[in-house]
Design a protein around this ligand. Structure first.
Ligand SMILES: Cc1cc2nc3c(=O)[nH]c(=O)nc-3n(C[C@H](O)[C@H](O)[C@H](O)COP(=O)(O)O)c2cc1C
Length: 144
Protein backbone atom coordinates (compact mmCIF):
# COMPACT_ATOMS: atom_id res chain seq x y z
CA UNK A 1 0.00 0.00 0.00
CA UNK A 2 1.23 3.47 -0.86
CA UNK A 3 0.43 6.53 1.21
CA UNK A 4 1.13 10.23 1.40
CA UNK A 5 1.92 12.29 4.50
CA UNK A 6 1.89 16.05 4.68
CA UNK A 7 2.70 18.33 7.60
CA UNK A 8 3.42 21.89 8.58
CA UNK A 9 6.09 22.73 11.16
CA UNK A 10 8.09 25.62 12.56
CA UNK A 11 11.84 25.80 12.09
CA UNK A 12 13.66 25.88 15.43
CA UNK A 13 15.63 28.81 14.05
CA UNK A 14 15.84 30.80 10.84
CA UNK A 15 17.36 28.52 8.18
CA UNK A 16 20.24 29.60 5.98
CA UNK A 17 20.23 28.53 2.36
CA UNK A 18 23.02 25.98 2.90
CA UNK A 19 21.31 24.42 5.93
CA UNK A 20 18.19 23.88 3.90
CA UNK A 21 20.21 22.42 1.07
CA UNK A 22 21.80 20.03 3.52
CA UNK A 23 18.40 18.70 4.64
CA UNK A 24 17.27 18.36 1.05
CA UNK A 25 20.44 16.56 0.00
CA UNK A 26 20.32 14.09 2.88
CA UNK A 27 16.62 13.55 2.28
CA UNK A 28 17.02 13.01 -1.45
CA UNK A 29 19.72 10.44 -0.76
CA UNK A 30 17.82 8.57 1.98
CA UNK A 31 14.46 8.75 0.25
CA UNK A 32 15.78 7.24 -2.94
CA UNK A 33 16.80 4.13 -1.03
CA UNK A 34 13.33 3.94 0.59
CA UNK A 35 11.45 4.58 -2.67
CA UNK A 36 10.04 7.73 -1.09
CA UNK A 37 9.36 10.88 -3.11
CA UNK A 38 8.18 14.32 -2.09
CA UNK A 39 8.61 18.00 -1.69
CA UNK A 40 9.83 20.30 1.08
CA UNK A 41 8.85 23.95 1.09
CA UNK A 42 10.36 26.51 3.43
CA UNK A 43 9.25 30.08 3.91
CA UNK A 44 9.79 32.55 6.68
CA UNK A 45 10.53 30.01 9.41
CA UNK A 46 7.86 27.52 8.37
CA UNK A 47 8.07 24.17 6.64
CA UNK A 48 5.52 22.32 4.59
CA UNK A 49 6.52 18.85 3.47
CA UNK A 50 4.87 16.06 1.56
CA UNK A 51 6.37 12.59 1.54
CA UNK A 52 4.90 9.65 -0.32
CA UNK A 53 5.82 6.02 -0.76
CA UNK A 54 5.34 2.53 0.70
CA UNK A 55 3.34 2.90 3.94
CA UNK A 56 5.73 0.98 6.16
CA UNK A 57 8.83 2.92 5.09
CA UNK A 58 6.94 6.17 5.22
CA UNK A 59 5.72 5.74 8.79
CA UNK A 60 9.23 4.90 9.98
CA UNK A 61 10.68 7.90 8.14
CA UNK A 62 8.02 10.21 9.54
CA UNK A 63 8.86 9.14 13.11
CA UNK A 64 12.48 10.07 12.40
CA UNK A 65 11.54 13.43 10.88
CA UNK A 66 9.20 14.24 13.78
CA UNK A 67 12.05 13.79 16.24
CA UNK A 68 14.41 16.11 14.36
CA UNK A 69 15.21 19.06 16.62
CA UNK A 70 15.62 21.42 13.69
CA UNK A 71 11.86 21.87 13.66
CA UNK A 72 8.95 21.72 16.12
CA UNK A 73 5.17 22.08 16.34
CA UNK A 74 4.53 19.48 13.68
CA UNK A 75 0.94 19.39 12.46
CA UNK A 76 -0.04 16.49 10.25
CA UNK A 77 -2.55 17.57 7.62
CA UNK A 78 -2.37 14.68 5.15
CA UNK A 79 -2.15 11.00 6.11
CA UNK A 80 -3.87 8.85 3.56
CA UNK A 81 -3.62 6.00 1.14
CA UNK A 82 -2.89 7.13 -2.43
CA UNK A 83 -2.84 5.35 -5.77
CA UNK A 84 -0.44 7.73 -7.49
CA UNK A 85 2.46 9.89 -6.47
CA UNK A 86 2.25 13.66 -6.78
CA UNK A 87 6.04 13.97 -7.19
CA UNK A 88 7.13 10.83 -9.03
CA UNK A 89 10.37 12.44 -10.24
CA UNK A 90 11.64 13.97 -7.00
CA UNK A 91 13.19 11.96 -4.20
CA UNK A 92 12.99 15.31 -2.39
CA UNK A 93 12.29 18.52 -4.23
CA UNK A 94 13.04 21.63 -2.25
CA UNK A 95 11.62 25.08 -2.50
CA UNK A 96 12.68 28.11 -0.58
CA UNK A 97 9.98 30.67 -1.06
CA UNK A 98 11.97 33.81 -0.70
CA UNK A 99 11.13 36.85 -2.79
CA UNK A 100 14.84 37.76 -2.92
CA UNK A 101 15.81 34.59 -4.73
CA UNK A 102 12.71 34.07 -6.83
CA UNK A 103 14.44 35.73 -9.75
CA UNK A 104 16.81 32.81 -9.99
CA UNK A 105 15.45 30.81 -12.85
CA UNK A 106 15.88 27.38 -11.33
CA UNK A 107 14.02 28.17 -8.13
CA UNK A 108 11.40 29.95 -10.11
CA UNK A 109 10.79 26.96 -12.39
CA UNK A 110 10.51 24.63 -9.44
CA UNK A 111 8.07 26.99 -7.78
CA UNK A 112 5.92 27.09 -10.87
CA UNK A 113 5.87 23.33 -11.06
CA UNK A 114 4.92 23.07 -7.44
CA UNK A 115 1.79 25.06 -7.97
CA UNK A 116 -1.33 23.02 -8.07
CA UNK A 117 -2.04 23.09 -11.77
CA UNK A 118 1.48 21.89 -12.60
CA UNK A 119 1.21 18.76 -10.47
CA UNK A 120 0.13 15.51 -12.12
CA UNK A 121 -3.64 15.35 -12.66
CA UNK A 122 -3.72 12.34 -10.40
CA UNK A 123 -2.22 14.19 -7.42
CA UNK A 124 -4.68 14.18 -4.51
CA UNK A 125 -6.72 17.37 -4.30
CA UNK A 126 -5.57 17.89 -0.70
CA UNK A 127 -1.93 18.02 -1.79
CA UNK A 128 -2.73 20.74 -4.30
CA UNK A 129 -4.76 22.75 -1.82
CA UNK A 130 -2.21 22.69 1.01
CA UNK A 131 0.70 23.48 -1.31
CA UNK A 132 -1.14 26.31 -2.92
CA UNK A 133 -2.19 27.84 0.38
CA UNK A 134 1.36 27.60 1.77
CA UNK A 135 2.64 29.24 -1.37
CA UNK A 136 0.02 31.97 -1.34
CA UNK A 137 0.57 32.73 2.33
CA UNK A 138 4.31 33.04 1.73
CA UNK A 139 4.65 34.98 -1.47
CA UNK A 140 1.18 36.23 -2.20
CA UNK A 141 2.46 39.28 -4.01
CA UNK A 142 4.74 37.44 -6.43
CA UNK A 143 3.31 36.76 -9.88
CA UNK A 144 4.17 33.41 -11.40
C1 LIG B 1 11.87 19.73 7.81
C2 LIG B 1 12.65 18.48 7.70
C3 LIG B 1 12.35 17.55 6.71
C4 LIG B 1 13.08 16.37 6.58
N1 LIG B 1 12.77 15.47 5.59
C5 LIG B 1 13.46 14.34 5.48
C6 LIG B 1 13.16 13.39 4.46
O1 LIG B 1 12.26 13.56 3.63
N2 LIG B 1 13.92 12.27 4.39
C7 LIG B 1 14.96 12.03 5.25
O2 LIG B 1 15.60 11.00 5.13
N3 LIG B 1 15.26 12.91 6.21
C8 LIG B 1 14.55 14.05 6.34
N4 LIG B 1 14.88 14.95 7.32
C9 LIG B 1 16.07 14.68 8.15
C10 LIG B 1 15.81 13.63 9.22
O3 LIG B 1 15.11 14.21 10.29
C11 LIG B 1 17.14 13.06 9.70
O4 LIG B 1 17.98 14.09 10.16
C12 LIG B 1 17.88 12.35 8.58
O5 LIG B 1 17.03 11.49 7.88
C13 LIG B 1 19.06 11.55 9.17
O6 LIG B 1 19.72 11.01 8.08
P1 LIG B 1 20.99 10.07 8.33
O7 LIG B 1 20.48 8.95 9.20
O8 LIG B 1 21.39 9.65 6.96
O9 LIG B 1 22.01 10.95 9.02
C14 LIG B 1 14.15 16.12 7.48
C15 LIG B 1 14.44 17.05 8.47
C16 LIG B 1 13.71 18.22 8.60
C17 LIG B 1 14.06 19.20 9.67
Amino acid sequence: MMKALGYYSSASKEFEENELEEIIETSAHNNKVLDVTGMLMYADGCFFQIIEGPACELDTLYEKIKHDHRHKGIITVIDEEVENRSFPDWSMGGLRLDPDILDQKEVFELTRMALADKLPDTAPQKVKIFMKSFYNASVRDIEV
